[in-house]
Design a protein around this ligand. Sequence first.
Ligand SMILES: CC(C)(COP(=O)(O)OP(=O)(O)OC[C@H]1O[C@@H](n2cnc3c(N)ncnc32)[C@H](O)[C@@H]1OP(=O)(O)O)[C@@H](O)C(=O)NCCC(=O)NCCS
Length: 331
Amino acid sequence: MAVQFPIRFLGTGAYVPSGIRGNDYFSNYLDTSDEWIRTRTGIHERRVAAPDQATSDLGIRAAQQALDDAGIGIDDVDMLICATATGDHQFPATATFIQAGLGGTREIPAFDVSAACAGFLYATTVASSMITSGMAKRVLVIGAETLTRFADSEDRTTVILFGDGAGAAVLERSIEPDQGILHCELGCDGTRADSIIVHAGGSRHPSSECTVAERMHFLRMRGREVFKFAVHRLQILIDNGLAATGLTPQDLKLVIPHQSNMRIIESARERMGLPKEKVVVNIGRFGNTSAASVPIGLNDARRDGTLNRGDLVLFVAIGAGLVWCSMIVRL
Ligand SMILES: CC(C)(COP(=O)(O)OP(=O)(O)OC[C@H]1O[C@@H](n2cnc3c(N)ncnc32)[C@H](O)[C@@H]1OP(=O)(O)O)[C@@H](O)C(=O)NCCC(=O)NCCS
């Protein structure tokens, strides 16, 4: 199987804030329960950023760890891409704050990619294209989110789902013939753009007293519709990836899916006939951390020795847009 993008992960990092919010926090004031949240979503607790922490602050911590892991400094990187749906500000890009926070001297390009929960994989695809084209030798990719800031505390159907966190990776060109991205699929069904959305604060509905009074600055989601879509699309993405590479599920060392709902992950795992230990699950501890969930999973698996050079990994994520990306990588 030919390598589509000859890249390797030189280093990875992750950071979650220390504040832990258990399910009982919500059942204390909302009509919900620990049991409902655990059985319907798989979430036991999530991390919540401190009041003085913005998305870039989480991203900087994860990025510095990835640089340390790679054994390089920020000045050894040619480009910085941040995937986020919950940036520090409407503009400029959160990547610019992360660049400043990392303290480099080279004025490297820094920009955001907006692909919600699929953001890290979209950004990894952009980074890999930049590397393959010769635009950059090394790219720092970050997925960072503070979704708890955008969840409506009065909406029991969404507020229980999200957590804050960040993950990062340093990518560089690989000179090994078998190493890199073997298959990558990106897509979007824009007719579903309003199925997960923050209505106000953009050019469609600029912030006003009215939008705030109507709580339009919070995330809204048609959960059941997204759930059904995600289960179905996940199957298609996995089938396409395996067919394109000629691999079987058993060839994969690990599957690292986005963490939106335990039942969505389980449906994919059961269909692939894989044992539990071959599919990364961090939703129980961290909730849905959107663009951060995949790089946090990748970092954990590298650190605990599950993933090593030569291993095949399937990454897959679906998010607001609705957008999706799947990727099969030989490490
Ligand atoms: C949000 C989600 C957990 C809801 O679970 P669900 O099993 O689909 O539940 P439903 O929306 O069908 O609601 C079932 C019932 O539970 C209720 N309910 C919803 N949230 C609840 C909560 N936190 N506590 C108790 N009951 C709740 C609903 O009001 C509904 O009640 P009703 O039957 O009286 O109307 C689930 O749809 C989901 O995970 N969706 C996908 C999320 C996702 O993938 N996001 C992607 C990117 S961010």
